[in-house]
Ligand binder design. Structure first.
Ligand code: PAF
Length: 284
């Protein structure tokens, strides 16, 4: 595996792939790689001749009171995992290489970032859209793989990539879960042992509520069961629990199209997010 931290070297390495007629998949990450990321790498490997993984803890997607400094950085261990998974190229630019002095451009997708996680994290999705557009332009992949755990992020990146004609096929990969159902996340590392045991209430409550809605329980009643379960497990009041249109992310009052039930809530130092599909019954 080649590890590259300069744009000029990156474009030479990518040119060699292109000259050989090979397709390229990109897996953008912020490192601290866990099995969820490695599943994205496996998917990339299945779909393209060459796999590029980026590791960049992107400062512009962290708010002033967020965990940019504390965000786990494990370059050596990450690099060993990627190399063992036969990744072809690790793109690991410095902040200065990604945002040289004078950098002044912001990509802001309209409307999709305003609600859900965006409401509690102003500017977060502009930071994500801008860095992902830069990664797409730097690597020019045929496809890029993202986890479905960050459903709002995936919807925003799809919109941005389509709107800007970036020519990248944006692929969502199902959320990877621990044995008890907790979604894998680098932020699970912030949980104490006791909180880790309690955290499973989030996927369980979402799973029950999703089935309730599919079986005809009113959306508001089902959402109330999630709030109650989270409170009982020791979570702080949820930032949101919402049923939304899976593509536009607009809230739904009835289940008349493919939907997603999403939630975000704090448990101790960790802000956990999760989501599940909720599908209307198919008419006979
Ligand atoms: O999901 C992430 O890890 C990040 O938001 C991403 C897509 C790598 C952009 O920094």
């Amino acid at each position: 595996m080649q590890t590259i931290d300069r744009k000029a070297v990156l474009s030479d390495a990518l040119k060699a792939f292109r000259d050989a007629g090979e397709t390229v998949a990109l897996v953008p990450t912020m490192g601290a790689l866990h099995d969820g990321h490695m599943a994205l790498v496996d998917e990339a490997r299945r779909r393209a001749d060459r796999v590029v993984v980026s590791i960049f803890v992107n400062p512009t997607q962290f708010g002033p009171n967020e965990d940019f400094d504390a965000y786990p950085r494990r370059m050596e261990a990450d690099s060993a995992k990627l190399s063992a998974a036969n990744v072809d190229l690790l793109w690991a630019p410095s902040v200065g290489e990604m945002y040289p002095e004078g950098f002044a451009t912001n990509i802001s997708v309209a409307s999709l970032p305003d609600r859900l996680c965006g409401a509690a994290r102003p500017g977060h999705f502009d930071g994500v859209s801008t860095v992902v557009a830069k990664l797409f332009n730097q690597v020019r992949p045929d496809i890029a793989i993202f986890g479905e755990k960050d459903w709002q992020q995936l919807a925003i990146i799809r919109r941005m990539s389509t709107d800007l004609d970036l020519g990248v096929d944006v692929v969502g990969c199902p959320t990877q879960r621990e044995d008890d159902g907790l979604a894998r996340s680098s932020r699970n590392a912030y949980l104490t042992e006791e909180e880790r045991a309690a955290a499973v209430a989030l996927p369980r409550a979402l799973g029950s509520a999703a089935r309730f809605i599919e079986n005809g329980t009113s959306i508001s009643e089902a959402i109330e069961t999630v709030h109650a379960a989270l409170t009982k497990a020791g979570f702080a009041p949820a930032d949101y629990v919402e049923l939304v249109d899976a593509i536009t992310l607009q809230p739904l009052e009835k289940l008349d199209r493919p939907a997603r039930l999403l939630a975000a809530a704090r448990l101790g130092k960790a802000r956990l997010i999760d989501n599940l599909p909720v599908l209307p019954a198919v008419a006979d």
